[in-house]
Design a binder for this molecule. Structure first.
Ligand code: URA
Length: 475
């Protein structure tokens, strides 16, 4: 009898229907739909491959399954590639964002009174706006609580730039973060590991499967982290041009609209500005070099393009935070805070609150520490008609200022400072940029990269507007 039962049980085990949430055979991972029918991951990929819209449940299954290790890299890669080619509906992008946002911690900023407006840039070369906007908005009465990541690509991120200042702590206890925002008005810390871990894992896979430059994937990735950071409103700077993810205005508009829609649906009013990234922003590219340029800008002597962008963004943030009656009043207030010196003092206060020192910031030589400082001169005469901005960023990375791959260390002293930019006339032998590095072996490749990124001509090129458009506006 016992033997009979064992035989029966063994046969039952062999042929029982699959109702699992764990991987079985490669490519046949099964799970269950709400009604109990199995969903095969392969079928979800196939559906997307054929351009069909996925349900919220299917997206949840994929993203959660991948984050928890039930779905392997190769299936997620296939899914990401299908999204890259087929896109996603507005509903799908929102669902994807929600699943990634709920995969980790959601910060509460309730301990900070007032309307907290967060800002985010989709990235570019020489983008040091947070270093200026944070203290500038705080000097105008705003509260800026900012979580910033390390650089994802060829240039350092805000976290890298701040960590280039000796003593600055980007990792501080949450209570201290709230305290600094409440007392100083601004705190910039490194992004918490627990924010949207699903995005972190998926982004790393996108990076090695050529699926970064996809509007639904970029939009859901950025907005999942923004919505998890607890802000009340969001200002997005969507960059356009040779140094940005989006190379043309139409694509950038689509990305901006997608992110604005996600924010609005998620109950967080969102405004996007489209800005030019066909030339590096400001003159400096490289971590400490950019800190110095941000300090100069806060003292009213920064490059015109960078100063203008920072003032426009800050004015918008003040308006969104309902601290001024309109954008123009915000603009007047930021201009006053720069000329009075209050904006710069707020920057020093922010750095000191997080472990840096005024004495470091005020020694000019600390920003010129690189052992090798070399002029990059023009080989020909003419107008600088075009700059391949990504190439300029890569040149800075090759000098040691960025990461070739995740985990590489960054040289805080390295980078380059442009003396000439698009539209300027350059004489043969004139300095176009100053290069900084601590390793002479890095110079030849960096110079070759820069050489290949600059184009000369006889005709002065037309000046591109810095702010190309605004999207959204329900503030
Ligand atoms: N930045 C992000 O956080 N995600 C992307 O997909 C692209 C840029």
């Amino acid at each position: 009898m016992n033997e009979e039962f064992c035989k029966f049980f063994f046969i039952f085990l062999l042929f029982r229907p699959f109702r699992l949430t764990e991987p079985l055979i490669q490519g046949k991972i099964e799970t269950t739909r709400e009604g109990g029918d199995p969903i095969r991951v392969c079928d979800i990929i196939d559906k997307k491959k054929n351009g069909l819209a996925l349900t919220a449940g299917e997206i949840k299954e994929l993203v959660e399954g991948y984050t928890k290790g039930r779905i392997p890299d190769y299936q997620m890669s296939a899914f990401l590639m299908a999204v890259y080619f087929q896109g996603m509906t507005e509903e799908e992008v929102f669902d994807m964002t929600q699943v990634m946002l709920h995969s980790g911690e959601q910060i509460s900023l309730d301990q900070i009174p007032g309307i907290k407006v967060d800002k985010h840039s989709t990235g570019g070369v020489g983008d040091k706006t947070t270093l200026v906007i944070g203290p500038l908005v705080a000097a105008c009465g705003g509260k800026v609580s900012k979580l910033s990541g390390a650089g994802l690509g060829f240039t350092g991120g805000t976290k890298d730039k701040l960590e280039a200042i000796p003593g600055y702590q980007t990792s501080i206890p949450k209570e201290r973060f709230y305290e600094i925002v409440n007392q100083v008005g601004v705190s910039v810390v490194g992004q918490n590991e627990n924010i949207a871990p699903a995005d972190k894992k998926i982004y790393a896979l996108r990076d090695v499967t050529a699926t970064v430059e996809s509007i639904p994937l970029i939009a859901s990735s950025i907005m999942s982290k923004k919505l998890a950071s607890g802000c009340d409103k969001i200002l997005l700077d969507v960059t356009v041009g040779s140094g940005a993810f989006m190379k043309d205005l139409e694509q950038a508009r689509k990305l901006a609209q997608t992110m604005v829609d996600i924010g609005e649906r998620g109950g967080v009013p969102t405004v996007a500005m489209l800005t030019d990234m066909d030339v590096p922003l400001g003159n400096a590219v490289g971590n400490l070099l950019e800190v110095k340029e941000a300090m100069d800008t806060l003292q009213g002597r920064g490059p015109a393009d960078f100063t203008e962008l920072c003032m426009e963004m800050s004015a918008q943030m003040l308006w969104m935070a309902e601290l001024v009656k309109d954008h123009d009043e915000g603009r007047r207030r930021v201009e006053r805070r720069i000329s009075s010196g209050e904006a710069y003092e707020k920057f020093v206060e922010m750095i000191e609150a997080q472990g840096g020192s005024r004495s470091f910031l005020e020694k000019k030589e600390n920003f010129q520490r690189a052992e090798i400082q070399e002029s990059f001169v023009a080989r020909e005469e003419g107008y600088l008609v075009k700059m391949d901005t990504k190439g300029c960023g890569n040149a800075s990375m090759l000098l040691g200022a960025g990461r070739k791959k995740l985990g590489d260390t960054i040289d805080p002293d390295a980078g380059l400072v442009f003396c000439k930019k698009k539209g300027d006339y350059v004489q043969k032998g004139e300095t176009i940029a100053k290069l900084y590095t601590n390793q002479s072996s890095l110079l030849p490749d960096a110079k070759r990269m820069l050489e290949a990124s600059l184009f000369f001509g006889a005709q002065k090129p037309e000046k591109d507007p810095l702010i190309l458009d605004w999207i959204g506006g329900t503030i």
